[in-house]
Ligand binder design. Sequence first.
Ligand SMILES: [Zn+2]
Length: 398
Amino acid sequence: MPGLPVECPHDPHVHLYGALQPSELLQLAVGRAIDWGPVAEVWHEARTTPPDFSALVAMARRDPETAGRRLAEALARLPAGTASLRARFALVHACTRWGSAAHAHWNSAVADEVEQVWSWVATRWPVEARIQLPADASERWAACALEHVAACAAKHGMTVIISLPRAAPLKHWPLVAESAHRHPTIVGVDLCGIEDEPARHAPLSAALAAWNHRFAPRRLQFAVHVGEQLDCMTPLTAIRRVWDAIAIGADRLGHALAIRLDPAAWPAGPAWQTVAERSADLQWLQWQADILELDGDAIDAELSELRVRDPHSQVGVVPADHGLVSACQETVRARLRATQRLVECCPTSNEQISGAPLARHGLKSLTGIPWVVGSDDPGLLGVTWPEECARALAVIAR
Ligand SMILES: [Zn+2]
C-alpha cells in the first residue's frame, strides 16, 4: 500500500524533551529551586487540578518510578485541547534547566542536563530530535547550546532539527546557519508552539532557501507545526494556514490535522476572530471560488465591508458548513499532492489536542500525499512509535 508509515524507517517527529519519561523529567527537577506557581496556573487553565509538583520531585529523589507513575497519571487526566499542550509545555519548561534556567550564560549544569537527556532519549529514539532555542537566549548562550546539541547528536548517531521561537524566528538564525554549516547533524529548522500566520515566516523560509542554495547538495528542511491547534481558530483559518505553510515552502507539516479531520469531529472553536483573520480567510476563498463553486461577488462584498474596519478588532465567527469545510480540505490536499510535501501524523498527540478519535483523523484521505507516523512527545504522552504505527495501520486497514 502506498504511503504507509512502515516504509519510513525513522520516527520523524519527536521533541527531545517531550520524549522524556515523567520519572526522568522529575529527576531533572531534583535539587533545583522551582517556582511551581505558573505551572499550576496553566494546569488550572486546562481545567485540571495540578498534582503537588514539589512533593513529586521530592519523591523522585528516593523513588523515581513511583513519582513518575503519579505524574503520568496526572498528565493522563489533562483533557483534550490546546490548553493541555500548554500544561505539558509549562511542566517541561519548569523542570528543566534548558527551559527555565537563566539563558544568559551557558554553564556546565545545562550542558550536563542536555547530555543526560540525549543519552536517555537515544536508547529509545535513536533517530532525529527537535529542540527549541529559548526565545530569551543570549547570543552567547545560543551559540554554546547549538554547539553542544550538535555534538550530542553526533555522539549518539542522531540528527537534530532546531525549533525556533515563533515570536522571533530570525533572532538566532545567523548562529543556526553557521552551526548547521559546520555540523551535518543539524538537518533542519522547525516552528512549534502556539500557531500563528505562516506568512509571517516567509523571511525565515527565504533565509533557509538561501542557505540551501549556498551549501547544496546539503539541504536544511523546513518543518512547520500547522493545522494542529484546532480549538484556537475557525476551521477555515486552520485549513487556510496549511495552504499558506505550503506556499512559504514548508517541507514537513506537523500535523496538518485541519486538512484531514472529519468536519463533524472538529472541536468547538472560538466564537470570535479578528478582522485580519476573517479577511485572510475570505481572500483565500476568493482565490478558490471557482473550484469551490462559491459566489465571488458575495465574498467581495464582505471583504469590502471588512476593509474599513480595524484589522485587530473582532467579528463573530460565521459557522462554516461541513460541506464547505470538506471541500476546502480537499483543495489543500490536492495542493499537497501536487507539491509532495510531507505530512507528519502523530496519532495520540492529535487525539489529545483535538479530542477526536484516530478513526476520524482522515488518514485514508492522505492517499497520494507523502505521510509518516511520528510520536511527537512519546514520553509525556506515554506512547511508543511502533504502537503509534500499529494504530495508524489498523485504521487504514479497516
Ligand atoms: Zn510536534
